[in-house]
Ligand binder design. Sequence first.
Ligand code: HDD
Length: 774
Amino acid sequence: MKPLATNMQQGTLPRNFLSMNLKDGRYKQKPREKFNRPMAGIMSDTMERAKQAVLGPRESDKLHDLAKVTKDISPDHRLTTDYGVKQTTHDDWLKVASSDKTGPLLLEDPLGREKIMRFDHERIPERVVHARGSGAFGKFKLLEPIPELTMAGVLTDTSRETPVFVRFSTVLGSRGSADTVRDVRGFATKFYTKEGNWDIVGNNIPVFFIQDAIKFPDVIHAGKPEPHNEVPQAQSAHNNFWDFQFNHTEATHMFMWTMSDRAIPRSFRMMQGFGVNTFTLINSKGERHFAKFHWTPELGVHSLVWDEALKISGQDPDFHRKDLWEAIANGVYPKWKFGIQVIPEADENKFDFDILDATKVWPEDLVPVRYIGEMELNRNPDEFFTQVEQIAFCTSHVVPGIGFSDDPLLQGRNFSYFDTQISRLGVNFQELPINRPVCPVMNFNRDGALRHTITRGTVNYWPNRYGAVPPATLDEGGYLEYAERVAGIKARMRSAKFKDHFSQAQLFYNSLSPIEKAHLTNALAFELDHCEDPLVYSRMAQRLADIDFSLAKEVHSRIGGDPPSETNRRPNHGKKAPNLSQFDFPPSNPTIASRRVAILVGDGYDHYAFSSAYAALTTAQAVPLVVGTKRSRLRAANDAGSTEPHHHLEGLRSTLVDALFIPGGTESIATLACSGRALHWIREAFGHLKVIGATGEAVSLVQSAIGLPEVKVSGGGEVVECLGVVTVREVTAGSLKEAVDLVKGGDGFMERFFEGVAAHRCWERESQGLSIRI
Ligand code: HDD
């Protein structure tokens, strides 16, 4: 498994790059020079991928389509202007000059002007929300057809593999903001189906702040940087956000979710996705059901811890972007199960909440999720701008068999997305390669800025004397508009059930595990601490009393202000529902594939322990990262070998890995023991609940760095696992055996260590109150 260079040098593969020949299980060291030439990296990689796009085994209709407009740079190309004329320089503006004097630049120079003016106009407006994101290509496979519910080919034909592009994002931050801020994550999927594009523009949280689209500018203005000084960036921890939350009670349920660990995911690959709004499914008999869409990750739902998220924002602001890229580049493709919740039309009013209210979930004990398909992301983009930046999602893009409901948020979204794409990308945004459907497009929409398509013919209107471009019949696949009976008075109002703003906020809070409740309490205390106006934080403490009085009291005790009144509080109904806690979503198959494991070493490290661990991690498709006291070559004890670390101790921090392994070696451990940074690595990893493995002399180092008598360690040849610290003092071939099926359990050192890594974190440390000592 290849780690992605942390400085994102394109095309430069990491030092000490070990590749594994999966067929014969042997490892070979790749020659270093080859990978340290950036251009060689870019070109071989891009060409290979472009070739794959055309010929490779993973091609899809969409990749074929993109291959038509994809070019590769190569040394065979010569520099030209955009109008195709070859040029003799990249570097010099045409000027009046001589060999001993540089004179003024000439405006006449078309090359100089083209280069600068094209550059001046490189930026397009960033998305007004969800500006920061990244994405990948993949495929959707239907496993269980649902013709009884819909006529959509993508949900009825199991022989299809539908190409998809998914863009993940944060909401509040601008395009250059950090990945790991506390925020909702966007999860937008474009299905390139044979019947046209279908977009599920969802989030990783199943509800939303508002019920009616008309409030969207308010909720976003309140969350974005404040108008007078444009701070803070990508944060909800400020007066205006919380002022809005108090004054706008329907947001209560959603802010409980954004204060939970869902808002600081470990990875895009480890979060759920939800369509949030209520859609409809229409079958070939014209019958309609209400539906919600779910994505559930195979890797389980996992989060960062808050201290880690804060630090990563500075240490590696591209953390999530790189994580997705690295996993796909390494062939560990993230997968999600696709599920639907369905309510027959006749049951619309049978619930004590309105099923069209986007601030409510459909509790899974009442409406179970039926999993019918799966999605895999398996290809990184070729160029960020033309693919990730220019992809344009619209909730209004649905295919025959899928429709909208009268959900007032969805109805407004259907207007907003199309409108925003016109402003961001122009009226011809659907002609951009990434947005183009894979099925034929023909109509009389014409002209506009940057129209690409050249449509031949003498008419551009309907009806015309040739009968050209007639509408499709239903039998030909024309979109069936469901004949919904609509009656009512024209008024600015919502149905009565929309007025309950607290029951599901309580349901969510009650359904969390004690650890998640503690994190949510900490998050509220952090956020309200950042509000300077006592009116804002005092009122919010009172608002929390509408959810749970003990929560309100605890938050108030930390943030100060007026205490919440017990007499005015709303009683907690005490009900719970399944699958609201993220602990309800463990990985479907425990694995350490794609997990980043640091190996800490100095000169004189134990080569046997080091190379056994490295090999075992690579076999299990984890990402071993050798972190040395320095990055130049380190020698093993007794000159048994040597290694060139990927990073030195200052270059990479413990926050950026999932687990830590330290092999013994007298000299190596003596050096690490004298390094404050090395000790901090161990303490911080322990504090962030990460699994730590140590062998030989490293056992004492770990023991003294952590300094907790509760953490028991090995005294000899026995493997000891205690509070996620796995140790063996006497290393033998048996204790470090290179098992392949490592996460399935067993008594060996590696098995215990891998089991811990696969479990994501050692929560026991936190429940015993041992993790806060960093
Ligand atoms: Fe939105 C972008 C998700 C409500 C208006 N939204 C956007 C994106 C996601 C969501 C994932 C980024 C898409 C991408 O990657 O390009 N939005 C949601 C969800 C909502 C929601 C799950 C609640 C159910 N949004 C919402 C409302 C409105 C908008 C109520 C306006 C009435 N959203 C937009 C937008 C954006 C957008 C302004 C900005 C960029 C874009 O559309 O393409 O139109």
